[in-house]
Design a protein around this ligand. Structure first.
Ligand SMILES: C[S@@+](CC[C@H](N)C(=O)[O-])C[C@H]1O[C@@H](n2cnc3c(N)ncnc32)[C@H](O)[C@@H]1O
Length: 431
């Protein structure tokens, strides 16, 4: 049976919350069932919206149920979240939201619960109660353990970090320096009626309003790519020079690899990732931009097993991380991450960092990056690395603002960017 849009949304939300998959991996499959771009966009809005506001929706739905749904009926709970989101956060007329959601319940094989879904949503609509805000988790729609960690790390700034992480993210473009200057592309955008402004790094362009990439001049021909302004600092800070051999140790899907190649001709770039599916996306991105790199499916913590060549002039280590800096783009991260993940990731990052360091030439530069805002993965990680690595020195990141520390923690929303962390490490020339 063909499922309606609410049933597809419930399926996607179920797969994220009950099976631990990321929304960005699940959503495209469900969107395939829809043909109209507006429907695809509404499906995304419902799923992302539920992830953004989950605690409040959950509290409201649970308060209307006499007993919770279990096992196979669990998807009806997710469906009610989707229904509740429509009533509180969209302009969809309540009668349409309720009837479509109840119909979805039947389509999902729970005919016996259609009346319950209908009744719960009607109650919610009739009562018009404000959503609960009586705990920090409910007030900010953020997991309590993350709030505590942010309070410990950032003191009074935690609230603005959390609030910025709840905002809808802007759309950033990376100008392809090989094709045109940023000024020229800004002109082209302006001529198309797309308002945009330059970002703080060399190639970044911030769009006033997000748009479909098909509306962007010469997107398919590689004139620009979509990449957050914070991520675009990686290639600029790495500062690859012609003739150098560069390792991008955790490269997929390849945004930063492509940027390095766009900025500097005649570099030999090895793009490595241990996930073969994701590595295939690096190949696609290189192809669209007509760039060349050597792709290797391998472990960045065991370089010896796939590389017999000389050491590298520069290494970009964009490490696997908690992705807590990009929650505004991926609100499901709030529910997928668990407190123990941070320590585990920090251990893995240290392993990869120590190993990559051995493959850096004397005098070479390693840029360590994460899209995390957790100090264990960032400042504390690098402080510990410097303490155990005699031939490593932290290079100041100078190109930025005054008072710039030697490493750089970008917080979500700062200059409209995602949360990101950079530390530039130089190996002693006599190592
Ligand atoms: C933050 S993402 C990289 C994003 C990428 N640099 C970009 O700009 O498009 C981290 C990547 O590390 C990869 N990864 C995780 N552990 C790895 C390992 N031990 N060796 C190599 N790659 C690894 C993941 O598959 C993931 O693609």
């Amino acid at each position: 049976m063909r499922l309606n849009l609410r049933a597809l949304a419930a399926k996607a939300v179920y797969t994220v919350l009950e099976q631990g998959k990321s929304l960005s991996s699940v959503l495209p499959d469900e969107q395939q069932a829809l043909h109209n771009p507006k429907d695809k966009a509404l499906l995304a809005e419902l799923c992302y919206g539920v992830m953004r506001t989950l605690p409040q929706l959950d509290q409201r739905v649970v308060s209307c149920l006499s007993k919770p749904f279990k096992n196979k009926q669990r998807i009806v709970h997710q469906l009610l979240l989707v229904g509740c989101y429509q009533l509180y956060f969209t302009r969809i007329p309540a009668h349409a939201a309720i009837s479509e959601t109840a119909e979805a319940c039947r389509q999902l094989g729970h005919e016996n619960l259609v009346k319950v879904v209908n009744g719960v949503l009607r109650n919610i609509q009739r009562q018009q109660q404000p959503l609960a805000e009586n705990t920090p988790t409910l007030q900010y729609n953020f997991p309590g353990w993350m709030i505590k960690k942010l309070q410990a790390a950032y003191g009074d700034d935690w609230q603005s970090i959390v609030c910025n992480s709840q905002q809808r993210p802007p759309m950033w473009l990376r100008n392809n320096y090989r094709r045109q200057s940023r000024e020229e592309y800004l002109q082209q955008l302006h001529q198309q009626g797309i308002e945009a402004s330059p970002g703080s790094s060399d190639d970044a362009i911030l769009l006033e309003h997000p748009c479909d990439v098909t509306q962007l001049p010469e997107f398919a021909q590689g004139a620009v790519s979509v990449q957050d302004g914070a991520a675009q600092w990686a290639a600029q800070l790495l500062d690859a020079q012609p003739g150098e051999r560069i390792l991008d140790a955790c490269a997929a899907p390849g945004g930063k690899s492509c940027h390095i190649l766009e900025r500097t001709r005649d570099v030999e770039l090895l793009a490595v990732d241990n996930d073969s599916k994701r590595l295939a996306r690096v190949a696609q991105n290189l192809q669209r931009l007509a760039l060349k790199a050597q792709l290797i499916h391998g472990d960045a913590a065991a370089i010896d097993s796939w590389w017999q060549g000389p050491r590298f002039d520069r290494i970009l280590l964009d490490a696997p991380c908690s992705a807590t800096g990009v929650i505004r783009r991926h609100p499901d991260i709030k529910w997928l991450r668990k407190p123990a993940d941070i320590a585990e990731l920090s251990k893995l990052q240290a392993q990869i960092l120590d190993h990559c360091w051995q493959w850096l030439k004397p005098g070479g530069v390693l840029l360590y990056a994460t899209c995390s805002i957790m100090p264990e993965e960032n400042h504390q990680q690098i402080t510990a690395f410097l303490a155990r690595t005699a031939d490593a020195q932290l290079q100041p990141i100078t190109a930025l603002q005054e008072n710039c520390p030697s490493d750089w923690q970008i917080l979500p929303g700062q200059d409209n960017m995602d949360g990101f962390y950079y530390a530039k490490l130089r190996k002693s020339p006599t190592a």
